[in-house]
Ligand binder design. Structure first.
Ligand code: NAP
Length: 327
């Protein structure tokens, strides 16, 4: 495993970390014993950073991480998120009382005295224009309930606004072979300010693992069948907002670039790590075998320049027209 500095937090985190959305069971059935086995395997492989949220399985994902922490002696950092318990999910709900209430619930679920990293959970854009929200987060840090805070965003512009607040130490954003725009303006600016970048959807919801076909069927409660047009939440969170069939065609082109002895998922993860501004990728694994495959990507040699260029060309030709100017 390789480790990278998470902005100004002082945390050194695994370059391939773990996204714990799927194991919350919000999309598709999951088995806690298998999820825990995947989490333990991640720690065995050197993963020390886990991303979750209070709403993943309504606390189930956080509680699994609390259990992992109790069962392991290794130092483990857990990043959680707050805001999506609001109903309606509006900017005005991001006030001191609600943020405190959400953070206190996460403390209980995680079984800790302080949250390592608390992220605003893709709030409405207006939240970034309310300094009082960031003041409330500063107070949670002063009270010792939160060690550091950051944001999870939908759009590059939201990230650029968020990192103007000096307390924001990390940005989580969709970044993968099918979503390349964050590397243009955001990454240099985040590096300049020493803000960490958590690359989410690194496998574009599994599409970039190269195992899906036109015949793939997803459970009705899996967002990969029910959110393709943004019916539940932002469309960009499902296959990065790329039309499924177009994505499959691009995946077939990328398949021919996968080096011998490497899997397609590993190429997708290694591609992310080629960007120095990225602190870590947080692939959402559900099974120990997926963890093995994903974590091994951190040990691969750098991708050849000509392969990087070929990936860029496929992106520009096929994917860019659909996503580049939307997020
Ligand atoms: N708004 C937000 O803040 C937000 C939104 C989305 C995600 N996130 C975070 O980002 C993390 C990652 O995003 P994600 O889970 O949506 O997308 P992802 O990591 O791109 O894809 C995850 C899915 O890919 C499949 N997979 C994982 N490893 C694999 C492998 N080696 N080979 C084949 N398939 C593999 C698994 O599904 P199957 O096995 O079922 O195919 C898994 O559920 C989440 O867990 C969460 O922590 C945050």
């Amino acid at each position: 495993m390789q480790y990278r500095e998470l902005g100004r937090t002082g945390f050194k985190v695994s370059a391939v970390s773990f996204g714990a959305w799927a194991i919350g069971g919000t999309w598709g059935a999951v088995d806690d014993a298998e999820s825990l086995a995947a989490l333990h395997r991640a720690v065995d492989r050197g993963v020390n950073f886990f991303d979750t949220a209070d709403v993943y399985g309504d606390g189930r994902s956080e509680r699994l991480l609390g259990r992992l922490r109790r069962e392991r002696r290794e130092a483990i950092y857990v990043a959680t998120k707050a805001g999506r318990r609001l109903n309606p999910h509006v900017a005005a709900g991001y006030d001191r009382a609600n943020l405190t209430r959400f953070a206190e619930r996460s403390l209980v679920n995680l079984g800790v005295e302080a949250i390592d990293l608390l992220q605003l959970h893709c709030p409405p854009t207006d939240v970034y224009y309310r300094p009082e929200v960031f003041g409330a987060l500063d107070d949670l840090v002063s009270e010792g309930k939160v060690r550091h805070y950051g944001v999870s965003v939908e759009r590059v512009e939201e990230a650029l606004k968020a990192i103007e607040y000096p307390g924001v130490k990390s940005v989580q954003i969709v970044f993968n072979v099918f979503r390349q725009r964050p590397a243009e303006l955001l990454f240099p600016e985040a590096q300049r300010r020493r803000v960490g970048i958590l690359a989410r959807l690194p496998l574009s919801s599994g599409l970039l693992a190269g195992k899906m076909t036109r015949a793939s069927v997803f459970a009705p409660d899996d967002h990969r069948s029910s959110n393709r047009r943004g019916e539940w939440f932002d469309r960009g969170e499902t296959f990065s907002g790329v039309d499924f069939e177009l994505g499959l065609r691009a995946v077939e082109e990328i398949r021919s670039l996968v080096p011998a002895g490497t899997t397609m998922a590993q190429l997708a993860l290694r591609w992310i790590l080629m960007h120095d501004a990225v602190t870590c990728a947080i692939p959402g694994a559900k099974r120990p075998a997926q963890v093995d495959e994903n974590t091994a990507a951190a040990e691969l040699s750098p991708i050849e320049p000509r392969t990087m260029e070929a990936i860029r060309e496929i992106y520009n030709r096929e994917i860019r027209p659909q996503v580049h100017d939307r997020w």
